[in-house]
Design a protein around this ligand. Structure first.
Ligand code: ATP
Ligand code: MG
Ligand code: MG
Length: 549
């Protein structure tokens, strides 16, 4: 990888190690809430957390932040693990915040005993009112002056299920006049009589994010707890709880979240797209999810490369979707075998080619990789070429096929356009051309040079394939910032399905996930919907330049 200067987080870790903080130990964590599939934004956090540990001889825990029983599910746990591994990372320990419920409860009891937490009777609205406004201090509720004994008793009864949802909460007793609203007696626990995907019905009180995240970090002795910028105002609270509990001092650092153009990145919105069937599922190739990108043909290395190029900043930024595409194109250019696929086929008959003759042509698999070898293609009298590669009345600089125009068929012969046959509507059904027998690729004695080269497949040998072409899912560069519903900005033409494309027959052997360059057409991958009779391809990304334009 290229030399670059340290980002601000790497600098902090470097300084901590130099200063002997935590004896130079580095332990990060990736803390997904199992309430959806991972997306490319999570990949940035994964690359950062796991990358730091790799760089500084540390470790990374995978911790499921499963403190909200309402939205969580084991289906998500499994997909998250699979996606992290696919990205190329392995965690030191698989942990669950819910495993700390007992300990977090004990932490709460400790704070109650210190007179630093109280059981609140007020409703959500009354609590909000008690906090005042950013310009006026809050006012204590009657519950704020409860005795330690009363608070201990009420908190035990909360745990025992004596109260209904919303009837009581536990609040930290900090400062109702703090300039930081998060310090104005924030909630620590709420009552939810809801089944939890791991703890079942054992608990009916659940800690809030602010009283679970830092505590979990501390229990695991996380050294550097990285989160996104919106948690900056939570940091004083994170530090306050740790200080008052006198527990291991994990530290929180904030970086900017990844935003991508023409995409939405909140799990809530992605879930809506799935549930309301705007897409076929979490792994629809148009989704910015890791599973969607995988099905689209993205490689783990291209996603890691993207995260590296995006870098780590302290200010919000919007990244061009084109950068993600650039990263996968760069990699596939080096690694994907070239094949010929005709997506919009029209028949081409070579008038002077012997009927019934079949020749074997040698085709290089990848000009960027000599080790990729070559394959044999069958050539015959009747071929398919792209409809757009022929024009009846070509303009001046059209270097493809037309009446009287010469073009090379890739890995085969130079041909010359002659005539066409049309149906009743005037659509070309067959193109007739003659070939130059002396012009065979690899042994061309024709003395002719032609400017254009086009791809083809032999009609009797070709296999039929379905090809799915994808465009960006949204018409708006930033659908979340638009007025109204983000779904109003969905691109209605984000998926185009070609039912009958013709491809080299060798592609029938391709397996789901295999990647190819369809020459002049882009990079494609085999979709899991493929059957032994019919391969389905997804276009990962177009080519930047085609060789005959
Ligand atoms: P969402 O808004 O999509 O629900 P989240 O932050 O609630 O995201 P979590 O499952 O809690 O989702 O995220 C796990 C980790 O990934 C967190 O540390 C979070 O900061 C990080 N993360 C989530 N989205 C992004 C993003 N767009 N860019 C960078 N990091 C992100
Ligand atoms: Mg979260
Ligand atoms: Mg969320």
């Amino acid at each position: 990888s290229e030399e670059r200067s340290l980002n601000f987080i790497e600098q902090i870790v470097t300084d901590d190690i130099a200063n002997g903080v935590n004896d130079g130990r580095v332990l990060t964590r990736f803390p997904p809430e199992p309430n959806g599939y991972l997306h490319i934004g999570h990949a940035k956090s994964i690359a950062l957390n796991f990358g730091l540990a790799q760089q500084f001889n540390g470790k990374t825990n995978l911790r499921f932040d499963d403190t909200n029983p309402v939205t969580e599910d084991t289906e998500y746990v499994d997909s998250i693990k699979a996606d992290i591994r696919w990205l190329g990372y392995e965690w030191a320990q698989e942990l669950y915040a819910s495993d700390y419920f007992e300990q977090i409860y004990e932490f709460a009891v400790t704070l109650i005993k210190k007179g630093l937490a109280y059981v609140e009777d007020a409703s959500a609205e009354q609590i909000a009112a008690s906090k005042g406004t950013p310009t006026t201090p809050g006012t204590p509720t009657p519950a704020r002056s409860r005795s330690v004994e009363e608070n201990l008793d009420l908190f035990t009864r909360m745990r025992n299920g004596e109260f209904k949802d919303g009837e009581k909460t536990l609040r930290a007793k900090i400062d109702l006049a703090s300039p930081n609203m998060h310090m104005r007696d924030p909630l620590m626990y709420r009552i939810k009589h809801t089944h939890h995907h791991r703890t079942g019905d054992k608990w009916c009180i659940y800690p809030m994010y602010d009283f679970a995240h830092g505590q979990s970090d501390s229990i695991e002795k996380i050294t550097h707890s990285l989160c996104t910028l919106e948690f900056i105002p939570h940091r004083p609270l994170y530090d306050w709880f740790i200080k008052e509990l006198e527990i291991f001092p994990s530290h929180q650092y904030e970086f900017s979240r990844l935003n991508l153009t023409y995409t939405v990145m909140s799990k809530r919105k992605l879930k809506q797209l799935v549930e309301e069937k705007y897409v076929s599922g979490w792994d629809d190739p148009r989704m910015p999810t890791i599973s969607g990108l995988r099905r689209r043909g993205y490689t783990p290395a291209s996603i890691r490369q993207f995260c590296e190029r995006v870098g780590v900043q302290k200010r919000e930024q919007m990244i061009d979707l084109g950068l993600l595409e650039f990263c996968v194109r760069e990699e596939l250019n080096k690694t994907a075998n070239r094949v010929m696929a005709v997506l919009d086929p029209v028949k081409l008959v070579l008038t002077n080619y012997p009927e019934g003759q079949v020749e074997e042509m040698t085709a290089e698999n990848n000009p960027e990789d000599a080790a990729a070898g070559s394959r044999t293609l069958h050539f015959s009298k009747t071929l398919y070429i792209e409809r757009e590669d022929f024009m009846e009345e070509p303009p001046k600089k059209f270097f493809r096929l037309g009446p009287g125009l010469h073009v090379r068929l890739k890995n085969a012969y130079i041909i010359k356009g002659e005539s066409v046959e049309k149906d009743a509507d005037g659509n070309i059904t067959t193109i007739y051309a003659s070939y130059l027998p002396e012009s065979k690729s690899g042994g061309d004695h024709s003395g002719m040079t032609v400017k254009g080269t086009i791809h083809w497949v032999s009609a009797e040998h070709a296999a039929t394939a379905e090809v799915r072409l994808y465009d960006r899912l949204f018409k708006s560069e930033n659908p979340s910032a638009e007025e109204g519903d983000f779904k109003d900005f969905i691109n209605p033409e984000s998926l185009q399905v070609i039912k009958e494309a013709y491809v080299e027959p060798g592609l029938l052997q391709a397996k789901a996930g295999d990647r190819f360059q369809f020459m002049r057409k882009g990079y494609f991958t085999v979709d899991p919907d493929s059957t032994p009779e019919k391969v389905v391809f997804n276009r990962t990304v177009t080519l930047k330049d085609a060789w005959a334009k």
